[in-house]
Design a protein around this ligand. Sequence first.
Ligand code: GTP
Ligand code: MG
Length: 267
Amino acid sequence: MFNFLKKKIKQILTKVKKDITPELEILLLEAGVSLEVVDNLIKDIKGKDNVKKALKQSILSGLEAKKIKVKNKPFIVLITGINGTGKTTSLAKLAHRFLKKKKTVVVAASDTFRAAAIEQLSEHCKKLGIKMIKHNYGADPSAVAFDTIQYAKAKGIDIVMIDTSGRLHVDSGLMRELEKIKKVTKPDLSLLVIDSTTGNDAVEQAKAFSHLIDGFIISKADIDERGGAIISVSKVTGKPIYFIGKGQKYGDLEEFSPEKIIEALDL
Ligand SMILES: Nc1nc2c(ncn2[C@@H]2O[C@H](COP(=O)(O)OP(=O)(O)OP(=O)(O)O)[C@@H](O)[C@H]2O)c(=O)[nH]1
Ligand SMILES: [Mg+2]
């Protein structure tokens, strides 16, 4: 994570040149930090004696972390995002985390849209030893989620997790579907999964979904050298990052920590 940015920042910061901000600006853009965030960062460091410290403070001021607090029973978690970002994998990782905390979990197979989505989720649930509620493909995702919540209430299960189909934010049909699921299930926590390797587009996704979510899971940080998405999404939306996905195993989901990001950047 951040190897590219870390190495380059170091190179630039060690230069004795007077104004290194133009170089930093280009570097941050190359790293996939969104244009408006780069503008902000540059404004914060311009003219500062200690550029490293100013950059660190400016990055930190845009990073917001939050931990899950399970309040209600069942506690309903909705996972959303565009195609292939890692929703289903992140859901399974998060379920694993709840199980480790001795919570009981049931999963709604509300991706009734993509071929093999139900089977994929079912495999995860088998491995994790948790129940999945499903309907047929083409069924109303809200109805699946509703049934899952009824099941959780009847059985006294702590957590309901809802897997949804990948949607393009420009696709208003799927966006309406998400709005309907939210209206029917009233989730306690709606998380948008963003693939960190998508760079600048991550910010567009974050903005498009912002009104429907509480925060983010940033997936695939293990294969992202640049890290621009992580630096940008909270700053532009004001919503926190809950977790970072760092691999394919269930244990590869870390609670987000701004300090760790600063450490990874060696600032
Ligand atoms: N390296 C790495 N791969 C990941 C991570 N999270 C998910 N993946 C991989 O990304 C691919 C897509 O993951 P899914 O969980 O199926 O994504 P999805 O968003 O549910 O996909 P759709 O339901 O088709 O929209 C899979 O091959 C996952 O193994 C991660 O943190 N790191
Ligand atoms: Mg999926």
